[in-house]
Design a protein around this ligand. Sequence first.
Ligand code: HEM
Length: 401
Amino acid sequence: RRRLFAYTGAVGAAGIAVGAAGAAIASDTPSAASAAPVVGDEQLAFYGTHQPGIAAPAQTQGWLTAFDLAPGATLAQVKDLFQQWSTIAATTMAGRSLSSGDDAMAYGRGPSGLSVTVGVGASLLTKLGLEDRIPKALDPLPAFLNDALVPAASDGDLCVLVGANDGLVAAHTLRALQRAAAAHTTQRWQVNGFADAAGSMPSPTSTPRNLMGQLDGTGNPKQGTASFDQTVYVPATADPAWMRGGSYLVFRKIRMLLEDWDTLDRAGQEAVIGRDKLTGAPLSGGSEFTAPDYDKFTASGAFAIPAGAHIRQASAQSNNGASILRRAFNYYDGPRADGSPDAGLIFLAFQADPATGFTVIQQRLSGADSLSTFIRHEASGLFAILPGCADGDYLGRELFE
Ligand code: HEM
């Protein structure tokens, strides 16, 4: 079995392991740490009712990419692609080598919590002459206030989300998926995101932080509850039948205006969100998972959680019960022309219906959220995330029948 090793020193410039004082230590042989988590061995089952990447435990790598069909690509070719993608996903998620053409990029690594999640855009169905199968839920998102969307970095006929706890494992799988798709598609865009490694946080289940330094994910629906399933998955009675057990993904690439954000002191930043920055506790009191009290006032008569605070404006109670599952990854892609960091959130919202989920919330946030001054939505996509498939079957079969 693969193990994570705890090294007793950092590797110095000359490639020799060095101790804290800089003295060469006797050996750079890793000493096995029995309590260390086995990152490589973590494995998610590909086959099942839902695609596992939706509700997977937080992963450290999230790579999202979209493909467009090549002109003239046929339904039979797309069906073949879905069969190939399903085989690649099942094989790599199990940590096995691909039966043909494996480039061995991640040879010797385990599956590392890998998930491959496949979705289709409305444009795919239009191009294939399947307009009558387009779900209402794939109606284009409305334009929102302050949107600054770049079309070439948005939308697409197909999307794939590769999540893993190892970058090489993610790259290996994405490369295999790309090779399979190359004959009949072009890759439209790709965003690569990262999140805290489980081993670096206070506990493996700690809430991750984003690049504004906030704990991000606290208010998500809780896995294993009926309300989680209602929020996230298309019900077994909904139409079209090919989406039952699936979900809808809204992707937004949201740049953080970090230089403006940095001008706020900590109290100012906490007022924008409505939570304590370090602990994540709501400003109405308690600890991270205490329910926010939006009716609480401070001694000076102001709302404890300010009127424009992000959590107040995003909450289900402000939005007619609207709820989404957020699965965010950070990106930090170097300087923009003005020298400011091109950094922010690869924001992924899964829900049973975007019209009563993301759209309702974003319509409110884009106008009333104090956070909106510090962010810009720069890319967007809406995809039907196919239901899972049974062992031996392939993703999207219902679509081709
Ligand atoms: C909550 C950050 C964009 C919906 C939160 C919280 C933070 C946060 C720190 C509190 C902790 C938590 O519950 O996770 C951000 C940042 C964003 C962003 C930095 C952009 C860069 C959005 C967008 C939406 C959204 C675009 C939806 C349209 C929510 C919801 C909650 C939340 C539903 C939970 C509210 C509740 O507790 O009831 N966000 N967010 N966020 N956010 Fe965002």
